[in-house]
Design a protein around this ligand. Structure first.
Ligand code: AQP
Length: 332
């Protein structure tokens, strides 16, 4: 089976509906036909300020939500990035074959460093894409499903892999990004031209997977729409309604035109009520399952440890090969 790699940062207590539709639902499907590795990238999360105890808890919670959403830890390798030390080790070697200039062209770094200011912007934030390259290349990955915003990082990963291979001989498989479709991109309910994000400044427009369903229903009812009053998909002129339609279609497994037909001639109130019901029905069981898993952290930790061991076997093989190729004297 071809190999697939993806991950998410444990940057909040709960994932949001964009993570669910844009990543988890697709991972769940893809794990059937790929040898899939899914990690909770806690080392990446260190690039933004964190409370240590909270970071630990968020890491467990993120893993629990992967499982609750249908990632099967007996089928896919679901593990915590920092449990496999090869990630940090390979990142170091890769940083020595990455140009300072090419890393400096990463737009996410430029955006985030402008947002954070020079006091909070760390060297780690700058080398974030190199660590991501290590994540992907350690597993001899074929496919990397990512959002638009990560495409440039996967391209950098490909460049690094090709450069390393040509300098030291065939070592890494060169991965291909699978960019999520426009209809898998979810926007903030209060600000429907901005991507919904775990780290949004206000959470009024964010639908959290682990929120009380009544609260999510309320957020749907308060979502920004427009004054036209017709339920119709038009990203450009009706970003709010279009976003709600996309969420409705993804969570219900129906097509957008069928939903437009159902609500033709009815107001936004009815449409939002329908969507609120879909959200509650879909998130309810996922939330319950995640909370159940979190009730038994020892068992969850055991599953994660077992999967880390599986990941390590693959990762250490690649790392050993890299160390040999670059000329490090191996410990006997
Ligand atoms: N709004 C979204 N629509 C569709 N897919 C999304 N993803 C994230 N937001 C949306 C996908 O989820 C995976 C994890 O990405 P992430 O950890 O970067 O998610 P985030 O919620 O955007 O988190 P942060 O902490 O707020 O990150 P930054 O600061 O980077 O924006 C990815 O597959 C992503 O495509």
């Amino acid at each position: 089976k071809p190999r697939l790699y993806s991950g998410m940062q444990p940057s909040a207590d709960s994932l949001q509906v964009g993570n669910y539709i844009g990543a988890l639902m697709q991972w769940r499907d893809m794990q059937q036909s790929y040898d899939a590795f899914f990690s909770v990238v806690d080392l990446h999360a260190l690039t933004t300020p964190n409370d240590p105890a909270e970071l630990r808890e968020k890491t467990r919670r993120t893993a629990a939500q992967y499982i609750a959403a249908g990632i099967e830890p007996s089928k896919s390798t679901l593990y915590v990035q920092s449990h496999v030390s090869a990630h940090a080790e390979l990142a170091w070697v890769l940083s020595t074959v990455t140009g300072f200039g090419e890393a400096g062209r990463m737009t996410q770094f430029k955006d985030k460093s402008t947002r954070y200011g020079s006091d909070v912007t760390s060297v780690g934030l700058f080398t974030y894409p190199v660590l991501m390259a290590a994540d992907i290349l350690l597993y001899q990955t074929d496919l990397v499903p990512v959002g638009d915003d990560q495409k440039q990082h996967v391209e950098l990963t490909r460049d690094i892999a090709e450069r390393f291979n040509s300098r030291y001989g065939q070592t890494f498989r060169v991965p291909t990004p699978v960019i999520q479709q426009d209809t898998a991109r979810i926007y903030d309910l209060q600000n429907p031209t901005a991507k919904m994000s775990k780290s949004a400044e206000s959470d009024a427009g964010v639908l959290w997977l682990l929120d009380d369903p009544a609260k999510s229903a309320k957020k749907v009812m308060r979502a920004v729409t427009d004054s036209e009053g017709s339920v119709r998909y038009d990203r450009e002129n009706k970003p709010g309604v279009s976003n709600l339609l996309v969420i409705y279609a993804a969570l219900s497994g129906r097509q957008i035109p069928a939903i437009e037909d159902e609500y033709a001639g009815r107001g936004y109130g009815d449409f939002k009520k329908g969507l609120a019901e879909v959200v509650v029905n879909e998130f309810g069981p996922v939330r319950e399952r995640a909370l159940e898993l979190l009730d038994d952290p020892a068992e969850l930790d055991r599953v994660l440890a077992h999967n880390a061991t599986k990941a390590e076997t693959v990762a250490n093989k690649t790392l050993g090969d890299v160390y040999d190729k670059v000329g490090l004297l191996r410990r006997k």
